[in-house]
Write a protein that binds this ligand. Structure first.
Ligand code: LR7
Ligand code: MN
Length: 579
């Protein structure tokens, strides 16, 4: 196989084979570069396979979009709220219960609806090299998906994808047990052009289900989608154009939100967000950093992203195989997105979001099926790709260390074979915005009180989007890391760095409580605490110590508060890694 460098240096056509390279060298010797390039195009046109299919006037979508009356429910992606009573209301609630999506409403919205324009107006001006773009197989794995969200995904692909570019749509049924997904689905799909249905004969999980689809795919590019998506006009061309330019680019569309309850298509034409992660290995969204904005030549240039959400992306089939496709040891859901992201970057590819490609995704109210395999999947990713940095993950999830994760020998061999870079390189070059904790021995973990023996610092923000602004409390120590994990840094901060963005314990002037605020580049005085040898946590700015106290008017809640320093055991604290 080709080395990493080969992917970066060779122009696309040359990767096809060594033979092609030799031919090119010979031709170079004979003629000037211009004629070589003409020659190459000619040679390409004569190649067997999909590239040779005549591609004239087939830029229209595979299926025309049937007219939908403007007053039909949600016909333009606007929010819908049905006024229901009694039995109907009960049915709606039942559908939410079952799918965690308002399927009662979805069933009443056209499968062919149009979407509001949510792309940058500049995208409309973009011209594509249709005759030379690679073809794609769209692969959609599904497990127990509702009828209307699944079918809307399929129609939306067929009604927005140029015929010339879409090889096929491969649906992979991951051993669903719902009646509507059996013969009825097969019948419905058999009436649609270019659509194939593959069935797993046991529950494979999304990784192996996608791999089943990928191995059957005939297109040059694999485009993965979740089974509850709607494609925005012009979504496909930018992905394929980019891979045509650079075969080692893995390209994601911008993911617009479809509301699980109203089916409103949200999203905006402004700057998309990029993917990151926190040290629990939870995927996070971020603003585009300034350094990346500097690199981009225009607002509709691709945006490099450290990680991807996981469900929606396009990749050259050959490059996907070269990279080792997916880790087939991953079950059900979770972890594969970060694993693949690390692998792409560390092994010489790039991961990008194209601002002109928009696809909507229904984010369910909550997970509709058990995701308890996610932990083992994340551990596999950490074990193979993160080197010594995996310890930072384990510190914040002590139970992950105990999770059986199977055998990763082959994945490590793959990493060696492809001569992939290490995780430090990834952090320094691809994701320099991520703060790397110091985790000095004895200065991270639970922050436990000596007087109130079983009580630890505990911070439980109401949601992942509202990390800062809330008070730090004390709860029974649980030893599970997460919301009881704190790190005492050499800058004397007490950092809550399981999440992104990172928060630091702060004393607001004139108050005696501890509140979380964003950490700063250099720690300000109100975020500095001196952890003394004797266990006192001294806040120099206010000249006070942190004391564990019963909360006013409460018999069994406790809080850390600032008090005059004494030698009470309730003012002594220590870090502990495990229970
Ligand atoms: O056992 C399973 N078998 C399957 O075939 C479990 C799931 N699936 C299918 C499922 O029907 C769906 O089509 O796999 C697809 C993804 O499952 P979802 O929709 O339940 O996942 P999600 O949207 O909640 O989660 C995101 O993270 C996952 C991590 O494993 C996957 O990478 C999902 O594809 C991914 N979704 C997206 O990236 C869409 C945007 C979400 C965000 C942020
Ligand atoms: Mn999904």
């Amino acid at each position: 196989m080709w080395g990493r460098a080969a992917w970066r240096r060779c122009p696309r056509g040359l990767r096809r084979s060594r033979e092609a390279l030799l031919t090119l060298l010979a031709l170079l010797a004979l003629a000037g570069l211009g004629s070589v390039l003409r020659e190459r195009r000619g040679a390409r046109a004569a190649e067997p396979g999909p590239l040779r299919t005549p591609r004239l006037g087939r830029r229209d979508p595979v299926l025309p979009r049937p007219p939908v009356p403007g007053d039909a429910l949600g016909a333009r992606g606007e929010a819908v709220q049905l006024q229901l009573q009694d039995e109907e209301l009960r049915l709606q609630e039942e559908s939410v219960q079952l799918h965690q999506i308002n399927i009662y409403l979805s069933d009443r919205i056209s499968l062919h609806r149009r979407l509001p324009e949510r792309w940058n107006p500049l995208c409309k001006e973009k011209k594509y090299d249709y005759d030379n773009l690679p073809t794609t197989s769209v692969v959609i794995a599904f497990y127990n998906e509702a009828w209307s969200t699944l079918l809307r995904t399929v129609y939306s692909v067929l009604e927005t994808s140029p015929d010339i570019l879409l090889e096929e749509v491969i649906l992979v049924d991951d051993y669903s047990d719902r009646e509507h997904l059996k013969e009825r689905l097969a019948d419905e799909l058999s009436g649609l052009p270019k659509v194939r249905l593959i069935r797993a004969n046991k529950r494979e999980g999304l990784v192996r289900a996608r791999l089943l689809g990928a191995s059957a795919a005939k297109g040059e590019v694999l485009t993965f989608l979740d089974c509850h998506c709607e494609c925005h006009e012009g979504w496909l061309e930018p992905l394929l154009q980019r891979i045509h330019e650079e075969e080692s680019a893995v390209v994601c569309p911008v993911i617009d939100v479809i509301d699980w309850n109203t089916f409103e298509y949200l999203g905006n034409s402004g700057e998309p967000q990029i993917g990151g992660f926190d040290w629990r290995l939870v995927f996070t969204w971020h603003m585009v950093p300034e350094r990346e904005r500097m690199r981009m030549q225009s607002p509709i240039d691709v945006i490099r992203s450290p990680t991807m959400a996981g469900g929606l992306f396009a990749v050259s089939k050959k490059y996907f195989e070269y990279l080792g496709s997916y880790d087939a040891g991953m079950e059900v859901w979770g972890g594969e997105n970060l694993e693949f992201s690390f692998r792409i970057w560390q092994c010489g590819g790039t991961l990008e979001t194209h601002p002109c490609s928009h696809v909507g995704h229904v984010f369910p109210k909550q997970a509709p099926y058990s995701r308890n395999k996610a932990l083992a999947n994340s551990v596999r990713a950490a074990e193979v790709w993160m080197d010594e940095y995996k310890e930072l993950y384990y510190h914040r999830n002590p139970h992950a260390r105990l999770e059986p994760f199977g055998d990763v020998t082959e994945r490590k061999q793959l990493r060696a074979k492809l001569q992939c870079k290490d995780f430090r390189w990834f952090l320094e070059n691809v994701y320099p915005e991520l703060h790397v904790p110091e985790d000095r021995p004895g200065f991270f973990g639970m922050l436990q009180n000596k007087g109130l023996k079983d009580y630890c610092f505990d911070y439980n923000p109401p949601s992942e989007n509202q990390i800062v602004g809330h008070q730090v409390l004390l709860y029974l120590c649980h030893g599970m890391g997460q919301n009881q994990f704190f790190e005492y840094t050499s800058q004397k901060e007490i950092r809550y760095n399981t999440h992104q963005p990172e928060a630091c314990i702060t004393v607001e002037a004139g108050t005696d409580t501890l509140v979380m605020h964003l950490c700063q580049e250099t720690a300000p005085e109100n975020q500095k605490f001196i952890l003394q040898e004797d266990g006192l946590l001294f806040h120099a700015q206010s000249n006070k110590c942190i004391q564990a106290e019963r909360k006013a008017f409460s018999s069994d809640s406790f809080v850390p508060l600032l008090r005059d320093c004494t030698d009470s055991e309730h003012q002594k604290w220590f870090f502990k890694e495990h229970m």
